[in-house]
Design a protein around this ligand. Structure first.
Ligand code: ZN
Length: 316
């Protein structure tokens, strides 16, 4: 009896194995036929190409709509469905705001890496190396000078992709260099901020950049030159609590998070529920901290007007 059962079980297993195997083989051949034959035919009919880059899409994190990459780039990396502003690089900002996309980059101030030999789950040295490889930048800021509406401007742009746009020695000293360059060129200084705050891996050296950058902006103002801060998502912590709040004019991209401490920390401290939209640019404009909210595509035009109003008299 047991021999009969064993033979029957073996036969059953062979049958199941065969049918699963043959089904799998059929599925694989169907998928490769679909990929190799049908998809190129469909692409040819609808005018697509076989180039992966040309058919790539990005999902908007806000409304979840799939946006064609070329369309996104054409719209200054802003979702055309919900107006979500994607983060962009410093070079993309410079190309957007300077006349005829012409500008000269000023090298970021170089300092000795890792001044306090910091290590958490990773060595600070390794974090810097990774961020440099990922962004192609030396640190979380780029500076350039050129003309906006035929008037001289020095523009710096912080890069959130580089260690959360955190401010250490290199960022702080580069902001001071940007202010000095603006004084030398009798130019307006414009900052695009995006930062999680001070860079904890540099300890006290990063906190010292708060008064240092404030002093540089104040010196610029003593020369009668304007500082315009453009808040982008997010601008928080020690960057907000120092130079970012010293703009003569505060412009913000829509729906940017702008605040010193996180909303949850504040709620726990004051034991009160915070209002809707707290720390977003629209809320801050209603309460007088932001002068205007401008969509990315309109920022060059607004800056031309602001520069004409503030330093136009020095040149016309
Ligand atoms: Zn969207």
């Amino acid at each position: 009896m047991s021999i009969t059962l064993t033979i029957l079980s073996l036969l059953f297993c062979c049958f199941v194995g065969y049918s699963v195997g043959s089904h799998l083989a059929w599925h694989i051949s169907f998928m490769s036929w679909l990929k190799d034959f049908v998809t190129p035919k469909i692409k040819a009919i609808i005018g697509g190409t076989s180039n992966d880059e040309a058919v790539s899409w990005t999902k908007c994190p806000s409304c979840e709509k799939l946006i064609y990459n070329a369309e996104l780039a054409e719209n200054y990396m802003v979702c055309n469905n919900c107006n979500h502003h994607f983060q962009i690089s410093g070079k993309a900002r410079f190309a957007l705001v300077f006349d005829d996309q012409k500008y000269t980059e000023i090298p970021t101030v170089k300092i000795k890496d890792d001044p306090i030999k910091f290590r958490d789950t990773k060595k600070y040295h390794d974090r810097l190396k990774e961020a440099r490889q990922a962004t192609g930048d030396q640190d979380a800021i780029l500076v350039a000078c050129g003309n906006i509406g035929n008037l001289p401007a020095v523009v710096f742009s912080m890069n959130f992709a580089f260690m959360g746009g955190s401010m250490g020695l290199a960022v702080g000293k580069t902001i001071s260099l940007a202010a000095e360059t603006a004084i030398k060129n009798r130019a307006a200084l414009i900052g695009f901020t995006a930062s999680g705050g001070a860079r904890m891996q540099e300890g006290m050296f990063s906190l010292m950049q708060m008064p240092a950058t404030i002093a540089s902006i104040c010196t610029l103002k003593e020369y009668g030159l304007p500082y315009i801060n453009v808040f982008t998502h997010p601008t928080t912590g020690g960057v907000l609590a120092s130079f970012a709040m010293l703009g003569d004019i505060h412009i913000s991209e829509p729906n940017a998070l702008i605040g010193f401490a996180g909303a949850r920390v504040i709620e726990k401290t004051i034991k009160h529920k915070l209002p809707d939209g707290f720390q977003r640019s629209e809320f801050l404009k209603d309460h007088g901290m932001i002068d205007m909210i401008v969509s990315r595509g309109n920022i060059p035009e607004i800056l031309r007007g602001v520069l004409d109003y503030t330093i136009g008299g020095l040149y016309h």
